[in-house]
Design a protein around this ligand. Structure first.
Ligand SMILES: CC(C)(COP(=O)(O)OP(=O)(O)OC[C@H]1O[C@@H](n2cnc3c(N)ncnc32)[C@H](O)[C@@H]1OP(=O)(O)O)[C@@H](O)C(=O)NCCC(=O)NCCS
Length: 391
């Protein structure tokens, strides 16, 4: 008997991909000069700079410049960048109209996905594919995402959106437009650090989604919308909200050990632990742990921090996985008075910078991203008329 045509073709493809792993683990899908992760040593590097150094000394806006332009700015160019960036934070009136129209049941991530896609219609550079226009679009999307998240949340709560204050950065204006009060400097700083630490992470699922869409030579708004859709899932950006739900279910630090051991015995995954790339503690978790302690102390409510410590202790003693970026970020945001539903949107607010840097890099040396599948379906068979089928 001769081998069916589709099986011969499938075997050819399978031979090319003998070493591929489920979930594309360990597959190198592109060259990139943006971000390096050392998963063994627990190091995260943006364009050659350790992200922990940037978190300590830099600002989110400066990191955006670094990721987009490939180097840190001088004083004059950074001021010009800020004037055009946070200096121009404003939401098109049509976007606010859409935010008023979405159903109350829509989640913040669903609304963000819709709103970012919608923003593309009102971008003055829409259709302009030159690099300078794409950089302006990246900037506009980044400065508008916090305004969308805050305005939608206020409308959902029956409050009117608030305009941002000029001459303040993304972290400050997100808190201001969300809460309607000028945030304290240490709270703004802690959020700024969290934004720096989430700004990029190599070829994570949402960044890959952005690059796949960009590689078809689609536009930046479509690519960013793809990324937001991917980030929304609980195995990616949604994990920080799951962590808070877990802390609420645990209730008290004394209950943590039994709760975790039960879950592990049932072979359930613990949110906020494990990572595809880090085989040690995620370096971002360490710095967010410090800020979570500082800010929960400041606001005088350390219950979730203490539960987190008890969970971490139990996990370190009973599993081989370590805390990831999502484990402490939720506690920090909660202590800032931010509702759980906004945790993943905040992730998007920061990662927008990384997504757009990757989209621009993809276009610099583009080739369509189109892998193969290993065919495991039926061999070639003859079509039978419906009246001749047995079932
Ligand atoms: C992030 C994540 C999806 C990575 O998945 P992955 O690279 O496919 O890793 P795997 O699911 O194959 O896990 C490898 C091993 O670690 C264990 N493990 C991974 N994450 C775990 C977790 N959160 N809790 C308990 N065990 C975990 C797995 O059970 C598996 O053990 P085994 O080898 O004995 O079967 C996974 O760790 C996870 O689901 N974590 C919880 C969600 C989360 O926090 N996501 C945010 C990531 S930044």
């Amino acid at each position: 008997m001769t081998t069916p045509v589709c099986q011969t073709a499938a075997n050819k493809n399978n031979d090319k991909n003998k070493n591929n792993e489920p979930g594309l683990a360990d597959v190198v899908a592109c060259d990139s000069a943006i971000c390096f992760i050392d998963g063994q040593e627990g190091r995260l590097v943006y364009r050659g700079y350790d992200a922990l150094d940037l978190a300590q000394h830099s600002t989110f806006e400066e990191v955006a410049y670094l990721l987009w332009y490939g180097r840190l700015p001088g004083t004059t160019e950074f001021q010009a960048f800020l004037d055009g960036f946070t200096g121009g934070m404003v939401l098109p009136v049509e976007t606010t109209m859409i935010l008023r129209m979405v159903p109350r049941t829509a989640t913040s991530m669903e609304v963000l996905r819709t709103a970012v896609s919608f923003l593309g219609h009102w971008d003055p550079d829409s259709g302009n594919t030159r690099l300078d226009a794409c950089l302006r679009k990246a900037q506009r999307i980044t400065e508008r995402i916090p305004l969308i998240i805050a305005a939608h949340h206020r409308l959902k709560e029956g409050q009117e959106p608030i305009a941002p204050l000029p001459n303040h950065g993304i972290a400050y204006n997100f808190l201001y437009t969300l809460q309607g009060a000028e945030p304290e400097p240490d709270i703004t700083h802690a959020l700024d650090v969290a934004l720096i630490l989430h700004a990029d992470h190599e070829l994570n699922a949402s960044t890959f989604a952005a690059r796949v869409t960009a590689a078809t030579m689609s536009d930046i708004y479509s690519s960013m919308t793809s990324a937001i859709g991917a980030l929304k899932g609980p195995l990616h950006g949604g994990a920080n909200a799951d962590v808070m739900e877990m802390f609420e279910a645990i209730g008290m630090p004394e209950h943590a050990e039994a709760w975790i051991l039960n879950r592990l015995a049932a072979k359930n995954k613990i949110p906020g632990f494990g990572h595809r790339v880090y085989k040690c503690e995620d370096p971002r978790a360490g710095i967010l742990r410090d800020y979570a302690r500082i800010i929960t102390d400041k606001v005088g409510d350390t219950r979730f921090y203490e539960i987190a410590q008890a969970v971490e202790k139990t996990m370190l003693a009973n599993s081989k996985v370590f805390p990831n970026v999502d484990f402490y970020s939720g506690i920090l945001y909660r202590a800032m008075g931010i509702p759980t539903e906004l945790f993943t949107p905040i992730f998007a607010m920061s990662r927008a910078v990384g997504w757009s840097a990757h989209i621009l890099e993809q276009w610099r040396n583009n080739r369509l991203i189109r892998p193969n599948a290993r065919y495991i379906g039926p061999a070639l068979r003859a079509y039978t008329a419906i009246e001749d089928r047995s079932s």
